[in-house]
Design a protein around this ligand. Sequence first.
Ligand code: SAM
Length: 259
Amino acid sequence: MNAAKKALDATNYDTDKKILTHYLRNYEDYFAQLANQEVRLLELGIYNGGSLRLWRDYFEKGLIVGLDINPVTLNDAGERIRTYQGAQQDTTLLDSVAAETAPDGFDVIIDDCSHIGVLSRVSFWHLFDHHLKSGGLYVIEDWGTGYWESWVDGVRYKPYSTGYHHGLYRLTRAIARAQQNSFLKRVPFASTLMARGKAFVLKRQHYSHDFGMVAFVKELIDECGMADITHPQFGLPPVRVSKFKEMRITQSQAFIVKA
Ligand SMILES: C[S@@+](CC[C@H](N)C(=O)[O-])C[C@H]1O[C@@H](n2cnc3c(N)ncnc32)[C@H](O)[C@@H]1O
């Protein structure tokens, strides 16, 4: 991220990234070091092709690949834009797109597609595991749709009162202490009951986290925390490190760099 930033200006492109300029400022942080390279970039979700044109003109040596469930014809695509029709969750199609356009893996993958948690997670894990280079970047846009009641799999954000939170905290603290008690650890079923009780209480604390894109991003946070999840003393075996080098969450995008 030390290379000089090259500006991404979408003024003359038909993409909503033109209005949401903070998206572009975030992209600049990651794209600067790739700007002059033979980047292979895949974007899920083409719409009118405005963002594909923007990436083509920014990455002057890049190959830009787009996929959309609807047919898209770009008259000015040139040789450096390739488009495919199909669903983001069709892993067989993703394999053939990758084989044709990035047999050594993509440098950048952007999901600006369905914004539906179950579909986004299918393409994420497939592309991340099989078709993203080590050190490559995967960007998920508009993850906040999971907070929208009117969205396919969104649920309105539901905050809790401070008093309720405090009560919950006291309860879970008491259970956590009991879980450390060496006598209770030996009582049959006590550990299971306490763990389930604590999980039941905590489940109510972060209501919105269970739905749509928000739940999917939370799953990615779990992957980020894999070393703690599988901690040899406190966690669940088998011990392993995260597949992510880093993860950055912004107002509307999640940036994941592959380890
Ligand atoms: C927000 S638009 C893409 C905008 C474009 N990336 C840009 O910046 O100009 C979302 C696109 O995703 C497509 N889409 C929605 N669900 C899809 C799915 N399951 N698989 C593939 N494409 C899908 C829609 O047809 C639509 O063109």
